[in-house]
Design a protein around this ligand. Structure first.
Ligand SMILES: [Zn+2]
Length: 307
């Protein structure tokens, strides 16, 4: 199957009230793991890259890999740009074959955010490329996105209505308490579920939850056992994810969990089998670990069996 616009994938999820995971890839093993999980779960798929991931892999390698994955899996999949920071990178992705782009103008003022989003939509619509924007500010660290806790602010429902009306954007990332990276909460993990519901009723387009990894104690303990140093790492509990979906979240971004499970599997092999130096015997199990992680997410989000 060839890549399809993200809007088509989100539309079904929006109507039937399940969520679709958007999974970040950075290399071949992770790409294969994500597509294999979607194939085994019969789940629609959003696979995404940040601009730094594109730089790391190279646009041509990346596009070729994703197209191979879509063809081999036969799964309806969208290729999405995560946190596009400029019109330039969004245009480059549209031209290269992405079927969805996020233009992240959340660092600008409201007017600037509307303008940059409209500019990208102008180029995206004729190419049947979906556009996601962000309103409000998530805290935390993700690739080139760094927002300190004091600068984070939750999405205002009234502003969201005005933003969607002014831009006609396809999907909206909202700040409702999550943050990027492996340190999501200093105290208790709390999501503003009420805010999700209010925005959902006010704007009538698919909402996106960023920074939604679980960062389970299990994976942190295992990583620590094999040499990692991640004190205080904390993610979003499964119960909160379920509530977020029930109350109107349609797309859920997962990056940190993929990184954690991939590198923990590698740590385990290197630590327990010091005689191994065949990269396939190190990266192969890491690929399996990511596949299982993605499958668990697809079940949790309710997208299994929907492709
Ligand atoms: Zn994000």
């Amino acid at each position: 199957m060839s890549l399809i616009p993200m809007k088509e994938i989100l539309q079904d999820a929006y109507l039937k009230k399940y969520a679709v995971g958007a999974f970040n890839t950075n290399n071949m093993e992770i790409t294969q793991a994500i597509f294999n999980a979607a194939k085994e779960e019969k789940s629609p798929l959003i696979i995404m890259c940040s601009d730094t991931a594109i730089k790391y892999m190279g646009m041509d390698y990346l596009i070729a890999m994703i197209k191979a994955g879509a063809k081999e899996s036969g799964i309806p999949a969208a290729l999405h740009l995560d946190h596009g920071k400029s019109i330039d990178i969004a245009l480059q992705c549209i031209k290269s074959g992405f079927t969805s782009v996020m233009i992240d103008g959340s660092h600008l003022d409201f007017k600037g955010n509307v303008e940059i989003t409209k500019e990208v939509i102008k180029a995206a619509r004729p190419a049947r490329v979906t556009v996601e924007a962000e309103l409000g500010k998530l805290g935390g660290i993700e690739d080139n996105v760094i927002v300190l806790g004091k600068d984070a602010c939750l999405t205002d429902p009234q502003e969201a209505v005005k933003f969607v009306t002014d831009t006609d954007v396809d999907a909206l990332a909202v700040a409702v308490g999550t943050s990027h990276g492996a340190y999501k909460f200093e105290g208790d993990a709390i999501l503003d579920i009420e805010r999700i519901l209010t925005i959902r009723h006010a704007v009538n387009i698919p909402l996106v939850l960023h920074g939604a990894s679980g960062v389970s104690e299990e994976v942190i303990n295992k990583a620590t056992m094999y040499g990692a140093h991640l004190p205080g790492a904390k993610g979003v509990p499964e119960e909160s994810i379920k509530k977020a979906i029930e109350n109107g979240i349609t797309k859920i971004n997962i990056d940190t969990d993929i990184r954690l499970f991939f590198t923990t599997a590698i740590r385990e092999i290197l630590f327990t089998k010091p005689d191994i130096f065949d990269p396939r015997k190190i990266c192969g199990p890491a690929r399996e670990a990511v596949k299982e992680t993605v499958r668990v997410k697809m079940k949790l989000f309710g997208s299994s069996g929907k492709a």
